[in-house]
Write a protein that binds this ligand. Sequence first.
Ligand code: COA
Length: 337
Amino acid sequence: MTDQPTLRDGELVLRPWRLEDSEATRHLHDDEIARWFDFPTRAPSPEEHRSWIERTGSEWAEQARATFLVEWRGRAAGSVDVRLQDQGVGVLSWVVYAPFRGRGLGWRAVRLLVEWSFDALGLQRVEAHVNPRNRASVRTALRAGLRKEGLLRGNTTLAGVTQDTLVLGRRRGDAHPDSREGFTAMLDSTLPTKRAIAQGVLRSKTGEILLCELVYKREWDLPGGVVDRDESPAACVVREVREELDLTVAAGRLLAVNWLPPLLGWADATVFVFDLGTLDAELVEQARLQQREIRAVHWTGPADWTGRVAPYNERLLTTLHGHTGDTLYLEDGTPTA
Ligand SMILES: CC(C)(COP(=O)(O)OP(=O)(O)OC[C@H]1O[C@@H](n2cnc3c(N)ncnc32)[C@H](O)[C@@H]1OP(=O)(O)O)[C@@H](O)C(=O)NCCC(=O)NCCS
């Protein structure tokens, strides 16, 4: 095994730990480090700390882990490491000592380590396992170019309390975090996504509205469904009506946008309600219903809705009934203004 190198980015240096670093760094152990690594709050003893430094050398020799002291303007400011796993994967970890926090050393040190891991160690992927409440560390990982990938629920404990773990990762071929594409991908991985549903109002020549009696729930509902990834709401309602009723329709005017708050374990959702025009009642009678989802379809009016449709849908249908004006904005079926 070759000697562990020294890496540089201006005044920031990553170099192998030496036994003589122990006295300058041992007392920089603090509650923040103890909290997130579940270490004792007391500083390690001189023997414990020196044997840890020795271990960093043997782990390098065994190609198990590369641990670097973070030096800033010649002073020991922290420690970063990458633990080597099978399949070219490295697991990252980092510490910046309290006097050096808050000036962006953490992410710069991690980024230097990551790029060296790709270039010199030939890793294909690096990842970090971070407590989602450790905000400074989540920011550190993102700025180092890792993307949020997923949440492991209740897979670890801190001080005996069950905790979740956020997994963040960067792959060798990912766009560089300083490029527009890389920055966008990082930010995109952190932004909330909201469920979208597209439904359609099909009317009979006499103004009744078509509702579906469903196999999987008691309440009747408008035809439509959940919008797929990269699908527009208008394309979704056309696809859903074809799948559910075997009818070809065109998505007409947007009648309403209805935001539904979280309900019975479902996340909140935004419903786009389109006008699908009028249909001959016989056409619907001949429709081939998708047996897996639809038991029957019914032409309905206000007298049929109470008790048959969900309360928020009764409010929506009542509002839509006879409304011919602009697109409505509703929350839980109710106009907000
Ligand atoms: C996580 C850690 C390495 C960050 O190092 P750092 O050099 O201070 O990081 P930065 O200066 O880039 O700050 C990162 C973010 O945390 C915030 N932050 C940093 N120090 C802070 C402090 N003392 N108080 C409040 N916020 C702080 C910064 O404002 C920044 O947020 P922003 O991007 O929204 O502006 C450091 O806090 C640390 O060593 N923590 C304990 C060890 C740890 O948690 N390791 C990771 C285990 S997976």
